[in-house]
Design a protein. Structure first.
Length: 474
């Protein structure tokens, strides 16, 4: 048994991490344009205005804005069947609340899509990948305000119409599922998702619940809108899922792990089941959190079920247990798994976890799944001949592909594609670093802001090309 011929091999990038040209052709200021470079050890600084002398990684990115043709040609050379991109909202509606869209912004994405189609690469378009116009945060309070749902839908409508008949796969949001009022959040996560810092929120639980609800509602409304505009559209949502394993078989720990896992799922339940989950509403009621739910909202949930699930998978985590306070914590909230190796940034490397989560989401929802992100962030040093022998990346991806094949062939999971993060080096979302590289293509750009931006194929470039050519049996 092999993967279907139609399996979508490819990669995934996001506008604010690669495009640069942050103030070109009428683009407004997006929330990620105010985040300076930082490291995992030292949280990234979020400034209120652009300050001289600081490095804002999104401002130049890898200048995909001007290099997209060259980069897409390289993806085509690897044999890509699909590329996931995102549309930067602040390029289309610079402040978010304008009457008229910015024609130059629309043109840019039409050009990218045309270029992809020229190379027979299927575009998979994310409508919100941490790219909100800052004005919507400062003037309206971001997703705490229902008016922002309408602005978002207007933006979605503009893009659905602009790319009608050319784009068939859409995702309404990227990884909105990392915030849940029942858990502590980090400033960078609440910021990248909604432009607001957790530490500055007055009523934290209420604010997170409102953001989570409004984004979910916006998502289902965007599904209906996209279907109305073109019945051929397949509209999903991308979730970042990190399975949380129990510390051991003590039922108390198993229960804790179950509960921790569930934090990531209430929005997926809402988007797949046609209603906002009752268990969540009960929790909110008990905690004095109030949501303003209308009859019209209920109808929107019923009418806006997603068509597929986008899965971003990097790592698994282990649930905390009594006495675990001193254990090494992961970015994902739990503790390190002693059975697994971890990346330089502390992310456990767990290929089997990918098979596990593929099975889990497919059996829970029965919807087709596409892996929209998976990859290894590593420091790539060119050798004395200038070559990058990234065997560690090849090994990481190979092991994950092995598990996908098992999930599809042995477990009968309907997984229809694998898009690696990211096929070309770009700015890291959580740390803002360039040295955390994921690509098959090296970009000469560094954390001091310098570099020629020259592109160079790594060893993994040739390896992935063979993977695609052999439909995964390399
Ligand atoms: C996901 C985001 C991506 C990407 C990736 C890797 O959560 O959707 O935008 O950046 O994580 O994370 P990082 O760049 O921080 O290594």
């Amino acid at each position: 048994m092999v993967l279907k011929k139609s399996f979508l091999w490819g990669g995934s990038i996001a506008a604010h991490q690669c495009e640069g040209a942050w103030d070109k052709d009428g683009k407004g200021v997006g929330i990620m344009d105010l985040v300076t470079q930082g490291t995992y050890e030292k949280p990234r600084e979020i400034t209120k205005t652009i300050e001289e002398g600081k490095i804002y990684p999104s401002h130049e990115g890898i200048d995909f804005y001007h290099n997209y043709k060259e980069d897409i040609a390289l993806f085509a050379e690897m044999g890509f069947k699909a590329l996931r991109i995102s549309v930067d909202w602040s390029r289309i509606y610079p402040k978010g609340d304008e009457e008229k869209a910015n024609a130059l912004g629309i043109q840019f994405y039409q050009n990218i899509v045309d270029e992809l189609l020229k190379h027979k690469i299927e575009p998979v378009v994310t409508l919100y990948h941490f790219e909100m116009p800052v004005h919507l945060v400062t003037e309206y309070g971001s997703w705490t305000n229902r008016k922002v749902i309408d602005f978002y839908l207007k933006f979605c409508k503009t893009m659905y119409e602009a790319l009608k008949g050319k784009v068939h796969y859409w995702s309404t949001f990227n990884e909105m599922n990392h915030i849940d009022p029942q858990t502590e959040a980090s400033d960078i996560f609440t910021y990248i998702i909604a432009g607001l810092k957790y530490s500055e929120m007055e009523d934290k639980k209420q604010t997170l619940a409102t953001i989570g609800y409004n984004m979910t509602l916006a998502g289902v409304k965007a599904v209906k809108l996209g279907h109305d505009i073109d019945a051929g559209n397949k509209i999903g949502c991308v979730f970042g899922l990190t399975p949380v394993y129990p510390f051991n078989c003590n039922p108390v720990n198993v229960m804790n792990a179950f509960k921790e896992n569930e934090h990531e799922f209430y929005q997926i339940d809402a988007m797949c089941n046609g209603k906002f989950p009752g268990y969540k509403l009960c929790e909110y009621q008990e905690q004095g959190i109030s949501l303003d739910i209308t009859d019209e909202d209920e109808q929107a949930f019923a009418e806006g079920k997603i068509d597929f699930i986008g899965l971003n998978y990097y790592s698994s985590s282990v649930s905390r247990y009594e006495g675990s306070e001193n254990d090494e914590e992961t970015l994902f909230g739990g503790i390190q798994n002693p059975y697994l190796e971890k990346s330089r940034w502390g992310w456990s490397i767990d290929p089997v976890g990918l098979r596990y989560i593929l099975n889990y989401v497919y059996r829970r929802y029965g919807l087709p799944v596409i892996i929209t992100e998976n990859g290894l962030g590593a420091v790539d040093e060119p050798d004395k001949n200038g070559n990058i022998e990234d065997n560690y990346r090849i090994e990481y991806l190979q092991k994950h592909i092995e598990q996908i094949k098992k999930a599809v062939i042995e477990d009968h999971v309907e997984c229809f594609g694998y898009l690696t993060w990211a096929p070309i080096d770009l700015v890291s979302a959580t740390t803002g670093e360039m040295k955390k590289r994921y690509g098959f293509i090296y970009v000469d750009k560094h954390d001091n802001g310098k570099g020629t931006l020259e592109r160079k194929k790594k060893k993994s470039f040739y390896w992935y090309k063979n993977v695609i050519k052999s439909n995964g049996s390399e």
